[in-house]
Design a protein around this ligand. Sequence first.
Ligand SMILES: Nc1ncnc2c1ncn2[C@@H]1O[C@H](COP(=O)(O)OP(=O)(O)OP(=O)(O)O)[C@@H](O)[C@H]1O
Ligand SMILES: [Mg+2]
Length: 200
Amino acid sequence: MKIIQRGAEAILYLEHNKIIKERIKKSYRIPEIDIEKRKYPTRREAKLLQEASKIIYVPRVFEMDDKNMKVIMEYIDGKRLKDIFDNLKNRREICSKIGNSIARLHDNDIIHSDLTTSNMILKDDRVYFIDFGLGFISKKIEDKAVDLHLMKQALDSKHYNNSEESFKLILEGYKASKNYNEVIKKLEKVESRGRYKARV
Ligand SMILES: Nc1ncnc2c1ncn2[C@@H]1O[C@H](COP(=O)(O)OP(=O)(O)OP(=O)(O)O)[C@@H](O)[C@H]1O
Ligand SMILES: [Mg+2]
C-alpha cells in the first residue's frame, strides 16, 4: 500500500489500482463529534460519486465503509489538471469540457462545492472530477452560481495568467445547462457581493 497524499482531512492510499480515501481522526475533537464529522463526508462522497458517474467522468466507487471512514474507488491513472493546465495545448477544448460537465452536474442538482483544477484529473483528454466530500444536492440557482464562482476564484489564484480566458471558455461549455441564463444572472450578483471565498 502506497500513500499518495496525506491531507488535512484524509489520507489517500493506492493499492492494486484502487484508491482508498480514509478520513482521519482528529484527536482534538470530542470523539462523538469527530465520528460525525468524518461519517457524513464519507457517505456523501460515495453517494455523489455514484450519482455523478451516470452523467460525467468520475472514478467508480467500489466500496464505502462508514465505520472506518473509507471510500474505495477506481484509480484514475492520469495527470492532476492543476499541474499541467497552464501548458496545455488544448486548454480551450478542456475548459469547454469542464463547463459542460459542471452543467450536467448542475442539471442533476449536484453541487460540487470545491471545483478546482486540483480536483480534476486529465486522462486521454477526458476530465475526471474527484473530491465530492463537500458536495450536496440542491436545485437552487444560487448554489449553482456560487459553485461556478468558486471555480473562478480557484482559477484566479492558481492560474492567474489565463484565468479570465479559461473561465470564459468554461462558461461557453456551461451553455449546455438548461438554467444557463438564470445561473449567469445570479453569478453576476454573487460576484458583486464578493462574500464567498474558495478554499484555495
Ligand atoms: N480516484 C483517484 N485517482 C487518482 N488520483 C486520485 C484519485 N482520488 C484522489 N486522487 C489524488 O489524490 C489527491 C487528493 O484527493 P482528494 O482531492 O480526493 O482529497 P483531499 O483534497 O485531500 O480531500 P479534502 O477535500 O477532504 O481535503 C488528488 O488531488 C489526486 O491527485
Ligand atoms: Mg482535493
